[in-house]
Design a protein. Structure first.
Length: 232
């Protein structure tokens, strides 16, 4: 593997690598693809959030035996974190990342697809709340302190870069990208899009994409495999 940027993190967990090998197989059915993506997302997310979050004390409580103890939450607090799945396949990773956080966080969807001839991303859906809170509109949502982008595959990196740019324009302070699989070039591109503000965590890394922009050997079209739309 070529030298990757310092903000690129490829998991070496043996159980994750074994599950990734199963996910690659053409013989793995949609019924099994979904839990495999969930499990890998959970492992990648566990590593990413262990590095990207810290512990913050937030009061006291009592145990069932009546002993007092200091309660903790994450920093940033869940109220300052947004989970951003890239439609449609990013939705498959949302339950895993949500389950790791101590309380629910806002989920903002981005719809991006690759134009077939240029392989460049086209945005077709965006539900980020662009208007910050103010005295005239106190219920409006401002940008999150931390945004967590989830998308199973980083192929050329163009989609990840477009999502990073959108969130940066929104005003987030930091971004964590979690993916199941990336290429070396795609991972490098995503890491360099905003080097000081982005950390990218992936379960595995392949060498390159083919002439159709698909990762070799990759996972196939993971969205089609997840949602049984192969041959559409």
């Amino acid at each position: 593997m070529t030298t990757l940027p310092p903000n690129a993190h490829v998991s070496s967990h043996p159980c994750l690598q074994a599950k990734l090998s199963l996910l690659r197989s053409a013989d793995t059915s949609s019924r099994d693809v979904q839990p495999l993506v969930h499990d890998i997302a959970l492992m990648v997310g566990y590593e990413a959030l262990a590095s990207g979050l810290s512990v913050k004390e937030n009061g006291t409580d009592k145990s069932p035996l009546g002993y007092s103890y200091t309660t903790t939450t994450t920093s940033p607090a869940p109220s300052s974190i947004s989970l951003v799945p890239i439609l449609r396949s990013g939705l498959s990773m949302v339950p895993a990342l949500s389950s790791l956080l101590p309380s629910p966080v806002a989920i903002h969807h981005l719809g991006l697809y690759r134009e077939k001839s240029t392989l460049q991303p086209v945005e077709y859906y965006n539900n980020l709340p662009y208007h910050s809170s103010s005295a005239s509109n106190p219920n409006a949502s401002g940008p999150a302190e931390l945004a967590i982008i989830v998308d199973p595959v980083i192929a050329t990196g163009a989609t990840a870069c477009a999502a990073i740019d959108t969130l940066r324009d929104w005003g987030v302070k930091r971004i964590i990208v979690c993916a199941v699989l990336a290429t070396e070039g795609g991972l490098k591109a995503a890491c360099e899009e905003w080097a000081e503000g982005v950390e990218v965590w992936v379960g595995g890394c392949d060498k390159e994409v083919d002439e159709k922009g698909m990762i070799n050997p990759g996972l196939g079209d993971i969205g089609d495999r997840l949602y049984l739309t192969i041959g559409k």
